[in-house]
Design a protein around this ligand. Structure first.
Ligand code: ADP
Ligand code: MG
Ligand code: ZN
Length: 501
C-alpha cells in the first residue's frame, strides 16, 4: 500500500497556482451494430456471444465501416460547432493488451472527422464558460477483462483474468477539449458542468444512451497546475475511471490539492495516468504515460478514406437539436423558474423526464416536484440513475391527473408512485389493488367526523365558540381514522357544518 498523499489546502492551491484542465470523453454510440462488423451493439450479454471473426481479429477477416456510426460522428461534430473534415482516414494505434484481440485499435489520429469546435457551458450561478473542442474522432471500444481473485478487482493480486469481447468493436467517439485555462477555483465545477452539458447534448442528439454507470459515457480528466503568472503549462496527470458527474468534480479537486503539495514541496509531477477511487475520492498512480510515438500510428490499409459530401453534412445540420443554452432559456421562461429552480432542475438530470411528463399532460411545477424531489430521493436511496427508475413520465403524469381531479391526496399519490415503482402496475391498478381512493362519500366521512367530535368535546366547544382554527385537531383525527384517505378540505367543511359554527 502506498502512503496517503500530502494534500495542500484548496484555498492555498488557488492562491499559488492556476489549474489547467483537459477533458477526454468517450461516448459509445447506440448504433444497431458494431463499427466494423455486423455484431449486435448491446450492453452486457453472455460473455463472448456478440463476436465474429472481424471483432475477434482473426487472420484474414476484413472490416466494413458502419455508415450510421459515421453519421453520428458528424452530427456530434456539428453539435459541437466543429469543422467536418472533407477527407479523413482511420489509423491503427498499435499496442498490446489482452482485451484488444487485433493488437491495434482502429482509431483516428491526425485526421479526425471533426475538429476546432466549442461548447458553451453554463455554471450553477449562470456564468457561461466556453470550452474549446480540439477534435472528435471515431474509434472502436475494447473488450473487457475481469480480474478474478484479488481484493481490488485490479490485475495486481488477481489469480487469473477472464476476457469478454462483446464490447470489442463497439463504435466510440472520443471528444477532446483544448486546454481549459483561466477557471481558477471553479475548475472542478467547470469540469463537471462540461461533462453534464455534453451528456445532455449527446442525449438530445440521440446518438448514445450516455449511461456513465454502464460506461457508455466515460471521462478522463487531465489536470495540471502552473505557478500564478507562469506562461508554460505544468505537467499533467490523466485520471481514468471517472464514472459519475460527482466523481469528475472530486477527481479534479483532489488532483489539484495533491499536485499543489508535490510542487510546493519542491517535487515534480509525474506525467502518468491515475485511477480514481470512488470510496475515498483519491487518485492513485497508474502507468507512466506513453507518447504518441509509442503507438506507431499508421493509416489503416483495410478501410477506404472517408470524404463526407457537403450535401450530406448540410442535410445532417438540419437534424441538430436545440442548443443547451437556448433550451435552458426556453425552459426557464416557459415554466417561469427562478435561477435556483432552473439550476436544481438541470443538476438533477431530470430535465428530459420533466419535459416528457409535461408533454404527457402534467403541470410543469408538479412534474418538476415529482422528479426533482420525491423520485430523485428514491433513485438516490436505490443508488441508481433517475432515468432507470421503473416509472415512466406518462405514469407520473397520470398520478398528477388523479390528484388534480381530487381522486388522490398528495399523500395517497406518493403511495401510488411507490406501488408503481414496486412493479404493481399502472397508477390506476395500484389505486385499485391497494385501495387508495380518497373517501369522498360524505356519509362515511360524517361518521368519522361525529366520532372525532364526540371523542374531543372540549375541542368541539371551542369550534362552536368561533375558534375555527381548533378544527385542525378534529381534521387530524378524521385523517387518522380514514388512514389518510380523506380530502382534508372536505373534512374541515363537514366539521364546521356539523358543529354549526
Ligand atoms: P492523450 O493521448 O495523452 O490522452 P490527448 O491529446 O488525447 O492526449 O488529450 C490530452 C488532453 O489534455 C487534451 O484535452 C489536452 O487539451 C489536455 N492537455 C494538454 N496539455 C495539458 C496540460 N499541461 N494540463 C492539462 N491539460 C492538458
Ligand atoms: Mg487521449
Ligand atoms: Zn463482430
Amino acid at each position: 500500500m502506498t502512503a496517503v498523499a500530502d494534500l495542500m489546502d484548496y484555498a492555498e492551491v488557488i492562491e499559488r497556482y492556476d489549474p489547467v484542465l483537459g477533458l477526454e470523453v468517450h461516448v459509445e454510440l447506440n448504433t444497431n451494430t458494431k463499427m466494423f462488423c455486423g455484431c449486435p451493439n448491446v450492453f452486457g450479454g453472455e460473455p463472448n456471444t456478440h463476436v465474429c471473426p472481424t471483432c475477434l481479429g482473426l487472420p484474414g477477416a476484413l472490416p466494413v465501416l458502419n455508415g450510421k456510426g459515421v453519421e453520428s460522428a458528424i452530427r456530434i461534430g456539428l453539435a459541437l460547432n466543429c469543422e467536418i473534415a472533407r477527407w479523413c482516414r482511420f489509423a491503427r494505434k498499435n499496442y498490446f493488451y489482452p482485451d484488444m484481440p487485433k493488437n491495434f485499435q482502429t482509431s483516428q489520429y491526425d485526421e479526425p472527422i471533426a475538429f476546432d469546435g466549442y461548447l458553451d457551458v453554463t455554471l450553477d450561478d449562470g456564468e457561461v464558460v466556453r470550452v474549446e473542442i480540439e477534435r472528435a474522432h471515431m474509434e472502436e471500444d475494447t473488450g473487457k477483462s475481469l480480474h478474478v481473485g484479488g481484493a481490488t478487482g485490479r490485475i495486481h493480486g488477481a489469480d487469473y483474468s477472464l476476457l469478454d469481447y462483446n464490447r470489442a468493436g463497439v463504435p466510440l467517439i472520443e471528444i477532446v477539449t483544448k486546454p481549459i485555462v483561466g477557471t481558477g477555483e471553479r475548475a472542478p465545477e467547470v469540469a463537471r458542468a462540461y461533462v453534464n452539458t455534453l451528456r445532455d447534448l449527446l442525449r438530445a442528439l440521440d446518438v448514445s444512451d450516455v449511461r456513465m454507470d454502464q460506461g457508455s459515457l466515460r471521462c478522463d480528466a487531465n489536470v495540471s497546475l502552473m505557478a500564478r503568472g507562469a506562461t508554460e503549462f505544468g505537467t499533467r496527470t490523466e485520471t481514468k475511471n471517472v464514472n459519475s458527474l460527482r466523481s469528475v468534480e472530486r477527481a479534479v479537486r483532489y488532483e489539484m490539492t495533491r499536485q499543489g503539495a508535490v510542487l510546493a514541496g519542491g517535487g515534480t509531477v509525474t506525467q502518468e495516468t491515475r485511477h480514481f477511487q470512488e470510496s475515498d475520492g483519491t487518485t492513485s498512480a497508474g502507468r507512466t504515460k506513453e507518447t504518441a510515438e509509442d503507438y506507431r500510428y499508421f493509416p489503416e490499409p483495410d478501410l477506404v478514406p472517408i470524404a463526407p459530401s457537403r450535401e450530406w453534412v448540410d442535410e445532417l445540420r438540419k437534424t441538430m437539436p436545440e442548443k443547451p443554452a437556448d433550451r435552458r432559456k426556453r425552459i426557464q421562461t416557459e415554466w417561469n423558474l427562478t435561477p435556483e429552480e432552473l439550476r436544481d432542475l438541470f443538476n438533477s438530470g431530470a430535465v428530459d423526464l420533466v419535459e416528457a411528463t409535461v408533454a404527457a399532460g402534467a403541470k410543469p411545477g408538479e412534474a418538476r416536484g415529482w422528479w426533482v424531489n420525491f423520485l430523485a430521493q428514491e433513485a438516490n436511496s436505490r443508488d441508481v440513475e433517475l432515468t432507470t427508475l421503473p416509472i415512466t413520465p406518462a405514469q407520473v403524469a397520470r398520478v398528477t391527473e388523479l390528484v388534480a381531479s381530487g381522486e388522490l391526496t398528495n399523500k395517497l399519490a406518493r403511495e401510488v408512485v411507490k406501488g408503481v415503482l414496486a412493479g404493481e402496475g399502472e397508477p390506476d391498478d395500484v389505486v385499485e389493488t391497494r385501495g387508495l381512493k380518497v373517501v369522498s362519500d360524505d356519509s362515511a366521512l360524517l361518521a368519522a367526523v361525529d366520532e372525532a367530535l364526540a371523542a374531543q368535546p372540549d375541542v368541539a366547544d371551542k369550534i362552536r365558540g368561533g375558534k375555527v382554527q381548533a378544527a385542525g385537531a378534529i381534521v387530524g383525527a378524521v385523517m387518522k381514522a380514514t388512514k389518510g384517505q380523506a380530502d382534508a378540505k372536505r373534512v374541515r367543511e363537514l366539521i364546521i357544518e356539523r358543529v354549526g359554527a
